[in-house]
Design a binder for this molecule. Structure first.
Ligand SMILES: Cc1cc2nc3c(=O)[nH]c(=O)nc-3n(C[C@H](O)[C@H](O)[C@H](O)COP(=O)(O)O)c2cc1C
Length: 165
């Protein structure tokens, strides 16, 4: 899959909105992720409100790049209606990676900002977005048209492979 070998973190963006159909295509990729027992714990908040974007960019010290993005996607997971809650963050991570790869395939760029499992960050995001009590913030995905280009680093390391024959 080309996107796996092309995707990089993008933290600088053109001042240009992202078309709604592209955002929906990206979220379609997120919802296509496999999940434990197919429990699909996710909901997605799409934030284009400038004040909320700026507030979220201050939710921890590595989130500053969010301030110059036109869109933030905040994946959250449900506290009820899932049968294997222990696996929810794993399910969410897979959906988040799908979102990142689809973003790359559409010639957009983004970066995953870690929120879960840090409780203080999760609480901050919930407070800023006034999330309902039945959902928990998982991450922030910063999205936009890239204003920086970078080739991906090759991370293949044959010494990490252990063949048992
Ligand atoms: C779970 C997770 C949390 C991350 N959190 C942040 C973050 O808070 N701020 C940030 O600027 N980048 C964050 N990143 C991006 C990583 O720093 C980046 O993926 C890593 O340095 C590798 O670079 P690449 O994405 O360009 O391959 C995060 C990535 C992951 C997977």
């Amino acid at each position: 899959m080309n996107e796996i070998f092309h995707r990089v973190s993008v933290r600088k963006f053109e001042q240009k909105p992202v078309e709604q159909e592209k955002i929906i295509q990206i979220l379609r990729a997120g919802m296509q992720a496999p999940s434990t027992g197919d429990q699909r714990p996710w909901e997605f908040y799409v934030v284009t409100n400038r004040e909320k974007i700026v507030a979220l960019s201050k939710c921890h010290k590595y989130a500053g790049c969010a301030a110059n993005a036109p869109v933030l996607i905040v994946p959250v997971y449900r506290k009820e209606g899932v049968w294997l809650p222990e696996y929810e963050q794993i399910d969410m991570a897979i959906a988040q990676e799908n979102i990142w790869l689809e973003t790359d395939s559409l010639d957009l760029g983004g970066v995953w900002l870690g929120i879960a499992p840090m409780q203080d960050r999760m609480d901050k995001v919930a407070e800023i977005l006034e999330l309902p009590k039945n959902v928990t913030a998982f991450s922030i995905f910063v999205l936009g048209y890239p204003a920086e280009q970078r080739a991906q680093e090759d991370r293949f390391d044959a010494s990490r492979i252990h063949w048992i024959e």
